[in-house]
Ligand binder design. Structure first.
Ligand code: MRU
Length: 355
């Protein structure tokens, strides 16, 4: 059995001037760590989902914007800030939906500005400190989400999850998988159904690997089997991660999440969204304000097949995320507590409390 929780999917080697990224496109067949030393390669790694999962993208962006700004020879704050902004905008354009990307970069920018009266070398060190804090905080945040989620679950529960909200999508523990990993440490065991998650198979390749290798009772199903296992009474709760939560609780997550929520409601099964507060974007009023990434159709027609399955030239439509409407969500589980409907009230309170 592999120590999955010991794997760091993103980290910085400051001496070698590289961001190290576990290439998630090759899992579970191969475990390859990429040594990223160019900003274009970081962009490519995020865009191609070599590093993926909302919090992990934020961590990669924070380390990247630090490293590629550190490497710029700037004589004063203004020229450093100019280089930083160029790097920030470029990294930010790599993927649109997961708000943690822009959240982490904004946090880095705020830190840079707050240090503006210091020497350039000191400002660079402050950026490193901020990026390290973003990584460290994420680990604590995920653990707290796991603790809060565990209060809603009972030993022996059947759970269903989608995509990969696991340790490699975060600093550690994951979001929706955090209660499962924490439970395991404490002798609280679950039977977990994992959707394969078409078209990029994050469930089959990543979640099934993380859970199975950790010794969790794991059953892989195709996406279109979820209703059947729910109807058979095998699922007590659905737990998913997310990429952006709007002020009203509408939650964007991997395509295929919304149908799970619809079916869960039909069978009266609680549907929980696990979200760090960094994933809540109060500038989005509702789902209409959330930009959904549209990816290349070859992910549907050929990417994971030895031979192309679809006729050449057929039209494709490949939205990467869907938005689950708030009325299908039982609760949003954050590190600061569990929010129940009406979500806009709970979310507002949470942000007011943060001031
Ligand atoms: O396209 P991906 O693989 O980056 O999508 C990720 C998800 O949708 C996850 O469910 C989400 O980021 C989980 S939060 C750890």
């Amino acid at each position: 059995m592999e120590n999955i929780q010991g794997i760091k999917s993103v980290y910085l080697d400051d001496e070698k001037n590289i961001v190290v990224i576990l290439d998630q496109t090759l899992l579970p067949r191969e475990k390859v760590f990429l040594e990223v030393d160019k900003i274009e390669d970081l962009y490519e790694a995020i865009h191609s989902l070599r590093v993926r999962g909302a919090p992990a993208i934020g961590i990669a962006a924070a380390y990247g914007v630090y490293l590629f700004t550190k490497l710029v020879e700037a004589g004063d704050f203004e020229s450093l800030y100019e280089a930083f902004k160029k790097n920030k905008d470029y990294i930010e354009s790599s993927r649109p939906t997961a708000v943690n990307l822009s959240w982490a970069l904004k946090r880095m920018e705020n830190r840079l500005i707050s240090e503006k009266d210091k020497k350039v070398d000191e400002i660079k060190l402050a950026l490193l400190d901020e990026a390290n804090q973003i990584r460290e905080e994420d680990e604590a945040v995920c653990k707290a989400i796991g603790e809060n989620a565990l209060t809603l679950l009972k030993d022996g529960y059947g759970l269903l999850t989608h995509c990969n909200p696991g340790g490699i999508a975060t600093a550690k523990y994951g979001t929706a998988l955090a209660p499962i990993f924490l439970g395991l440490e404490r002798g609280v065991n679950f039977k977990v159904f994992v959707d394969e998650t078409r078209p990029l198979l994050q469930g089959a390749r990543l979640t099934a690997w993380e859970l199975h290798e950790s010794g969790v009772d794991t059953t892989l199903i195709c996406d279109n089997m979820a209703a059947t296992v729910m109807n058979q009474g095998k699922v007590n709760a659905v737990l998913v991660g997310c990429d952006r939560v709007a002020l009203n609780g509408d939650s964007a997550n991997k395509i295929g999440t919304m149908p799970l929520a619809i079916v869960a409601k039909h069978f009266n099964i609680p549907f929980y969204v696990c979200a760090p507060i960094s994933t809540i974007d109060i500038s989005c009023k509702d789902e209409n304000d959330i930009e959904i990434e549209i990816r290349n159709g070859d992910e549907i027609t050929e990417k994971w097949y030895e031979n192309r399955v679809a006729p050449k030239g057929v039209k494709t439509y490949n939205p990467c995320f869907d938005v689950t409407p708030n009325n299908l969500i039982t609760a949003i589980i954050t590190e600061k507590g569990i929010i129940y409907p009406p979500f806009h009230e709970g979310i507002k309170k949470l942000f007011e409390g943060d001031k």
